[in-house]
Design a protein around this ligand. Structure first.
Ligand SMILES: Cc1cc2nc3c(=O)[nH]c(=O)nc-3n(C[C@H](O)[C@H](O)[C@H](O)COP(=O)(O)OP(=O)(O)OC[C@H]3O[C@@H](n4cnc5c(N)ncnc54)[C@H](O)[C@@H]3O)c2cc1C
Length: 565
């Protein structure tokens, strides 16, 4: 008998709604509000604590201001295609720029966001890396984009389940009819029965590691590829899974290690290698440090590989020309680390930050599986091979709203949906088995298995890849799947069992890792956030197309499709 509450089918609580929103970030809250405003009954379920999870609380910059010619929706459209290196789904980009231009992001001011403004009242616009115009706006106010949206969720009395991880999407006669959630506090399983489900559970950057022990990631711990793994298991098509965005994070001083250093463009900063060369001259002589994130990250990795790296394996970043305002965004004053930013250089290196791929969606955020919608980092196609700065938070606002709206319209014309209780029993059994591992005398701890995955993904499928390393990554992932069977949790109680939650995350990380490595192996070229050492050039003739992954007959099927124009 397992100590604590045993999972059984009967005590499942069942919560019914028209629309289930999975996630708690800017995207999720915008989706929930949009669905509610269409007249739908909405439930939002967040693995973390609503308002504190995901990228929302730390993301402050957003592409949204087109106040002055020569900027326009067409110019942003062109910038995004250039940054995405031609792979962006044009229909998504068109919908995006139109909605941004019409004010979908600036609408946040109505909800209480305070965007920085100049003395004359105009929005204070910054030109971020890869943008041809200054159109990014920041909010340095304590009430972040997600905070103001959480208030809107509360104002509408939308039902929220915080610290509840969705572990499985439910299908019934080919339609997604909700999902199963696991409450961290009680270990209770909840069936969310919903006519439409919006997946906004973010990206997968934690699959590359929390820093120092394996690779580097800038995201919070919840971001473990759940969106991709859960969608994959119910037959959704995923696109562009090979493209990972690395951003500059501090490698030294220690106090700052792994923390986002941001865009050199935002700080007017310069990059140097150990020989004192401004090496961006070699990689993007025109834009230099104002280049896009993918080019900056690949440049640093190549400098290190060529033996021109700094002592902690990165590049020097020189903030001496930064404005005081731009330095205020860092969590600790430089002085605390014994650094004078006007004189001393700091070391930076690439850290996994964002995933361009995800569920293949239409402009209405529909996936190929009826009843399943996805948006922002959970979805793929908008950003192509590389995302532009500030366009993620804008994506969350635009496609968050779109996904909620269209999911609600669909739900409101759908009859009550059925539940296949066998699926809930199978999920109960899976979780029960994980708990029972607490009775074993030996086995691998979840945290140790997690570190192994992170190390494999960073070393073999991370910033530098080639055929041998990717083949090795896929082989090791298969071995780690075997090792998953050797997991041993310390505690058999379902209540507050962090290791149980971690074990669920690990299964998602494995599925994400394999999809990412398979797509990266197939793409024999270098483009955006995919750097192949054995194919270091872009190959438009062969590879101006997207890679699609889908589960078919229990196999991971990888194919290509023409770019959507
Ligand atoms: C440090 C940092 C700074 C950034 N700064 C900027 C910026 O200035 N501008 C910009 O454009 N972008 C920025 N980004 C990127 C941006 O924050 C993210 O891409 C964006 O937050 C993605 O939004 P999302 O809602 O799709 O996912 P997230 O914000 O990551 O939210 C995912 C949500 O899903 C929940 N979740 C995960 N798994 C489950 C599950 N199984 N069940 C239920 N809930 C689940 C999580 O708890 C979380 O609430 C930054 C990112 C980081 C990490």
């Amino acid at each position: 008998m397992i100590a604590g509450r045993r999972f059984t089918m009967r005590p499942f609580s069942v919560y019914e709604a028209d629309v289930l929103v999975i996630g708690g970030g800017v995207t999720a809250t915008r989706a929930a509000v949009a669905a509610h405003d269409q007249g739908a009954k909405v439930v939002l379920v967040d693995k973390g604590i609503l308002g504190k999870s995901g990228g929302g609380p730390v993301a402050f910059s957003v592409t949204c201001a087109f106040m002055q010619a020569p900027d326009s929706a067409e110019v942003l459209f062109r910038d995004m295609i250039a940054s995405g290196q031609g792979l962006n789904n044009r229909r998504l980009v068109k919908a995006f720029v139109e909605d941004v231009f019409e004010g979908r992001v600036l609408e946040l001011e109505k909800f209480g966001i305070v965007f920085a403004r100049e003395r004359d009242g105009q929005l204070s616009r910054r030109q971020m890396g890869g943008h041809s115009q200054p159109r990014d706006v920041a909010s340095f106010h304590a009430a972040s984009m997600v905070n103001v949206m959480v208030s809107e969720v509360m104002r509408r009395e939308i039902k929220v389940f915080s610290e509840t991880a969705i572990t499985k999407l439910l299908t019934y006669q080919g339609r997604i009819v909700g999902a199963i959630g696991l409450k961290r506090k009680t270990g209770e399983m909840i069936v969310f029965r919903a006519k439409s489900t919006v997946l906004t559970a973010g990206g997968a950057s934690q699959a590359f590691g929390p820093g120092s022990v394996c690779g580097y990631s800038t995201t919070l711990l919840e971001i473990t590829g759940d969106s991709y793994a859960m969608a994959y298991r119910v037959g959704a098509e995923l696109v562009d899974m090979e493209f990972i965005q690395y951003i500059l994070a501090f490698a030294y001083p220690e106090l700052y290690k792994g923390i986002l250093a941001g865009e050199p463009a935002a700080h007017n900063a310069k990059l140097y290698n150990s020989l004192g060369e401004r090496f961006m001259e070699r990689y993007d002589p025109e834009r230099m440090e104002r280049s896009t994130k993918d080019i900056l990250a690949a440049a640093i990795v190549q400098e290190v590989k060529a033996g021109r790296g700094t002592p902690h394996g990165g590049a020097w970043m020189d903030f001496s020309a930064a404005s005081d305002d731009s330095l205020h965004i860092f969590p600790y004053p430089f002085e605390e680390a014994g650094i004078d930013p006007r004189k001393d250089r700091v070391e930076v290196m690439p850290a996994a930050h964002y995933h361009m791929g995800g569920v293949k969606i239409s402009e209405k955020c529909e996936s190929n599986v009826p009843g399943l919608y996805a948006s922002a980092e959970a979805a793929g196609g908008l950003h192509g091979a590389n995302r532009l700065a500030g366009c993620s938070t804008a994506d969350s606002n635009v496609f968050g709203s779109r996904s909620g709206k269209y999911a609600a319209i669909d739900a409101l014309r759908t009859e009550r949906v059925g539940i296949d209780w066998q699926q809930t029993l199978e999920e109960e059994e899976r979780l029960r088995r994980l708990l029972e591992t607490g009775k074993k005398v030996s086995g691998i701890k979840p945290v140790d298995l997690k570190r192994k995955i992170q190390t494999v993904l960073w070393n073999d499928a991370g910033p530098l890849r080639d055929r041998a390393s990717l083949t090795m990554a896929i082989k090791k992932i298969k071995e780690l799947r075997e090792e998953y069977g050797q997991l041993r949790l310390r505690d058999t109680s379902a209540q507050y069992n962090n290791e149980l939650m971690e074990a669920v995350d690990i299964a998602n990380m494995l599925d994400f890792g394999e999809m990412m490595a398979q797509a990266a192996l197939l793409r024999e070229e270098t483009r955006g956030g995919h750097y192949r050492e054995d194919f270091p050039k872009k190959d438009d003739e062969k590879w101006l197309k997207n890679i699609v992954i889908k589960k078919q007959d229990n196999e991971m099927c990888v194919s290509t499709m023409p770019v959507v124009m």
